[in-house]
Design a binder for this molecule. Structure first.
Ligand code: E4P
Length: 214
């Protein structure tokens, strides 16, 4: 499973990239706003650090605006993936951008039928939101998995990105069912590194080593 980092924070991206376990980054307007920096400069800097797919989201809601913004974003760097919300206009914009060879990540996907339509439109990535589905009483990862089954049944090109990941159990379940990509917050990535028995084990090894006067 590929791991993308779900953040627009440059320090977090640099640290995760240095560790060597992330293959891309997803941003959204909320994450960009949180950093308080220029949008295009931020995603350009992220591309220079990560050298993998970096999702940058359009703000327009009409397809003409989405296509125009998408082309501007794609021109920033070869790694930019244009993120487009799942709406009728979003799907039309996806078809048009994909026809021009621009990679699109269709976001705010909450059902397998939406995933099917995004795949048909030529999306490179499709992002069902696990956490927000959990919030309304669904099993988010189960729906992410259904979205991936739909795409795999027909050999569409799209990769499924499990988004809105809230905790390590989400990540484990994604990996267990073979989701293509999980985009995870930095905090969750750090939690995945930790296990108390690893820390206890290291302390014990060092204690024994020192006792033996090595
Ligand atoms: C990523 O593509 C999504 O925008 C992000 O995972 C949404 O996460 P949230 O539901 O925690 O805001």
């Amino acid at each position: 499973m590929k791991i993308f980092l779900d953040t627009a924070n440059i320090d977090e991206i640099r640290e995760a990239a240095d560790i060597g376990v992330i293959e891309g980054v997803t941003t959204n307007p909320s994450l960009i706003a949180k950093e308080g920096r220029d949008f295009k400069a931020t995603v350009k800097e992220i591309c220079e650090i990560v050298h993998g797919p970096v999702s940058a989201e359009v703000i327009a809601l009409d397809w003409e605006g989405m296509v125009a913004e998408g082309k501007e974003l794609a021109a920033i760097n070869e790694y930019i993936v244009v993120k487009v919300p799942f709406t009728k206009d979003g799907i039309k914009a996806t078809s048009m951008l994909a026809a021009e060879g621009i990679d699109v990540n269709v976001t705010l996907v909450f059902s397998p039928n939406q995933a099917l339509l995004a795949a048909k439109a030529g999306a490179a990535f499709i992002s069902p939101f696990a956490g927000r589905l959990d919030d309304i009483g669904h099993d988010g990862i189960e729906i992410v998995s259904q979205c991936q089954d739909v795409v795999l049944n027909y050999d569409y090109e799209a990769e499924i990105i499990a988004a809105s990941i809230r905790h390590t159990e989400h990540v484990r379940r994604c990996a267990e069912v073979g989701i293509d990509v999980a985009t995870i917050p930095f905090k969750v990535l750090m939690q995945m590194m930790k296990h108390p028995l690893t820390d206890i084990g290291i302390d014990k090894f060092l204690e024994d080593w020192n006792k033996a006067n090595q």
